[in-house]
Design a protein around this ligand. Sequence first.
Ligand code: GLN
Length: 261
Amino acid sequence: MEYEIRIAHLYPNLMNIYGDRGNLLCLRWRCEARDIGVKVEEIGIGHYFDSESYDLILIGGGQDREQRRIAGDLAEKGERIRAAIERDTPMLAVCGGYQLMGREYRTAAGDVLPGVGVFDAVTVHPGEDARRCIGNVVAESTQVDAPLVGFENHGGRTYLGPAARPLARVTRGNGNNGEDRTEGAVHRNAYGTYLHGSLLPKNPRFADRLIALALEHRYGADAPALSPLDDALELSANVAARALSGRTWRGQAARGGRSSS
Ligand code: GLN
């Protein structure tokens, strides 16, 4: 294989809920179908993260318990992760991983976990009795030419600061907080999102955007163009997901009340 991308998968055993590992499988499949090699390094607690060694960083979701376990280690790696992002390394951070890539996360129990600060965002969990944000999400993003679809399940509400841009605007579901219609965040080539599902198989354009950015990171102007794949099944999954979930955005999370789901 002439080309290869190097992926750092952060805490794959602890941060992997609702099928987030599927994002990695999808990226690998879409690369190998184009004869692009994929090298994955699993980086856990105590492993060294070298800011210059990777073309893409992945971190999935996890509940407060797992987030508490990794928070100290992540803070120790924080400066090198931020350095990689400032060198335009792409990142996909999902849900619990996204929350910890913000400035801080206040858990349901009220502990404050420091974040890496890739995104100018703060997340607050209103407590175990508050309604969780659960369900299918549809969101329009300028990053891709088809609506993003996914599944959310989080208690924490994320609020973006002035330096953060949202990844998308929610048309169905809650997204960051159920109040301002924002979903996720973007900083340089780093993306944070609440969408599981897993996200990338149902959003092949977004998967290709990450692959293109990773190739550009590695090869610069010599990066190959991505040949098109037959995405008929993936796009029909995207359309079917848009038809699911009758609820349009009503800012339910903001009103509180315990979830019945
Ligand atoms: N623990 C976080 C919350 O409930 C993240 C959950 C998740 O990653 N799905 O807000």
